[in-house]
Design a protein around this ligand. Structure first.
Ligand code: IPD
Ligand code: CA
Ligand code: CA
Length: 263
């Protein structure tokens, strides 16, 4: 499948970082890890992948700004474009040898996400989307699932853990949703949760307390697969607000309603 020059740059950077992560994933027990917070690890693999992505994208598009999980914000002189990067989404899975992790790269142009790549090297699954160009996994076009009843749906989410998120609020949400669906899944990588909505593997997804780099690429991939994404109020304050709800039009709306139920 012919990709645009822009998407090719993003895919090459993701694949190169993916080769590095695959090597490290194979020897994860030897990795130097330093505790970044209870239950949250920054691994050597994480930083190496970020260095590779930063070098590749800086060379291909000099002057673009960056927002990267480990390095933070890096201002470029272009002023119009920002790369939003999570070099290793699903770090805890990675360090436990669970093959559900991904590199997530998005490009924001004048405040709009125009391209996204989510790549899981362990499963060799490359999700891509450009604004207006559709969503693909390994060059196969993606479409969100067509289920229209929440009771038939499998819904993905994130569950807070030691030192992360508001446990009481999460329990209220879980109780409300579990009473209305066929199943709930906690994969451990938000970018893949969104990619799985786009691929129709899960029918919907919601999560709070996320960062822009967790969601930016996956959000576009869902939309380009015919899905809907919003914050919990149904608005578009997603990347700065840290909450996302995703699904096809009917399920997205049904999830918003269920999540709005009082305690
Ligand atoms: C985490 C994953 C996880 C989500 C956490 C994120 P990280 O990203 O996306 O699924 O529940 O909130 O921090 O830390 O592995 O890059
Ligand atoms: Ca992440
Ligand atoms: Ca990360």
């Amino acid at each position: 499948m012919a990709r645009s020059a822009l998407l090719n740059v993003m895919v090459q950077a993701a694949m190169k970082a993916g080769r590095s992560l695959s090597r490290d994933f194979g020897e994860v027990q030897n990795l130097q890890v330093s505790l970044k917070g209870p239950g949250d690890y920054v691994s050597q693999a994480d930083r190496k992948a970020e260095e590779i992505i930063h070098a590749e994208l800086s060379r291909a598009r000099p002057g673009y700004s960056f927002l990267m999980e480990e390095r933070g914000a890096i201002e470029g002189d272009d002023g119009q474009h920002t790369w939003i990067v999570d070099p290793l989404d699903g770090t805890t899975n990675f360090l436990h040898g669970i093959p559900i992790f991904a590199i997530s790269i998005a490009l924001e142009r004048q405040g709009q996400i125009v391209a996204g790549v989510v790549y899981n090297p362990a499963m060799d699954e490359l999700y891509t989307a450009e604004r207006g160009g559709g969503a693909f996994m390994n060059d196969r076009r993606l479409r969100v699932a067509g289920r229209s009843r929440l009771s038939d749906c499998v819904i993905a989410t994130g569950i807070p853990h030691l030192g992360r998120g508001h446990h009481g609020k999460a329990l209220v949400d879980l109780r409300n949703v579990m009473g209305e669906v066929s199943g709930i899944r906690r994969m451990g990588a938000a970018s893949l949760d969104l990619a799985y909505v786009a691929a129709g593997r899960v029918d919907g997804y919601w999560e709070d307390w996320l960062s822009a780099w967790d969601m930016a690429a996956g959000m576009l991939i869902v939309r380009e697969a015919g899905g809907f994404t919003s914050d919990r109020t149904g608005g578009q304050d997603i990347l700065s607000g840290g909450s996302i709800v995703a699904g096809n039009e009917v399920i997205h709306k049904a999830l918003l309603k269920t999540l709005a139920k009082p305690v």
